[in-house]
Design a protein around this ligand. Structure first.
Ligand code: URA
Length: 238
């Protein structure tokens, strides 16, 4: 018999910072996460189902962008006006305000670029490579290539896993140094740890985080528990 269960890995809402938004935890979403967390899932299925979640995350992130009023004429002729002049019915809607771009934190963040492009067709995408400095154990910037007008855009920052928050914090520093204001950055990820969210959101309270799931904790190697293992390894098999 079919049954529904409530998610077991969700942190209590009281501890979630107000700038964090999770996807609605429907049974459908839980089923997608169950597939990608399963260590026996094939690479093909991991790609397919993680892409479905990424698409949902990108759509949700667009809900956080400002819109302005926009009136359009539909092809449906307005009946009352027919005898005067044939013009379409009026629809008072909205349009997006301002330009956006994506910035992926390499290498795993690159996996989210296609999902962003599917939704925002000709979106500009920058890249940032951050790695742990073995001597200092700190996140270190190795490479950044960003759109030249990034300061005038909303930035969707892409990294699938928020563990300690070290790389994401460093990436935001890079965006600041290119003139992007904090409240124009939206950080998108599939799974967050409570520790990473606390670190990140305490440092950047105005920056919004869109996450699919908040897990229990980090282990002593900074892997998210229960997590899904190393996202890059599961995605690229290397
Ligand atoms: N990065 C990953 O890919 N997985 C984790 O659990 C933590 C960081």
């Amino acid at each position: 018999m079919a049954s529904t269960t409530s998610p077991t890995t969700q942190t209590s809402p009281a501890s979630i910072p107000p700038s964090v938004f999770t996807l609605p935890h429907t049974a459908q979403l839980e089923a997608l996460y169950t597939i990608i967390r399963d260590k026996n899932t094939s690479r093909g299925d991991f790609l397919f189902y993680s892409d479905r979640i990424i698409r949902l995350l990108v759509e949700e992130s667009l809900n956080h962008l400002p819109v302005v009023s926009k009136t359009v004429e539909t092809p449906t002729v307005c009946f009352l006006a027919l005898w005067l002049y044939a013009f379409g019915s009026i629809y008072e809607g909205v349009g997006f305000e301002g330009k956006i771009c994506g910035v992926s934190i390499l290498r795993a963040g690159e996996a989210m670029e296609a999902g962003l492009r599917e939704v925002c067709r000709s979106v500009r995408i920058g890249k940032i490579l951050i790695q742990r400095d073995e001597e200092t154990a700190q996140a270190k910037l190795f490479y950044a290539k960003l759109p030249p007008d990034i300061a005038n855009r909303y930035v969707l920052l892409l990294d699938p896993m928020l563990a300690t928050g070290g790389s994401a914090i460093k990436a935001v520093e890079v965006l600041f140094s290119h003139g992007v204001p904090e409240n124009r950055i939206i950080f998108i990820n599939l799974i967050s740890s409570p520790e990473g969210l606390t670190n990140f959101c305490t440092k950047y309270p105005q920056l919004r985080v869109i996450t699919g799931w908040i897990d229990k904790c980090l282990d002593d190697k900074a892997y998210i528990i229960p997590g899904l293992g190393d996202f890059g390894e599961r995605r690229y098999c290397t």
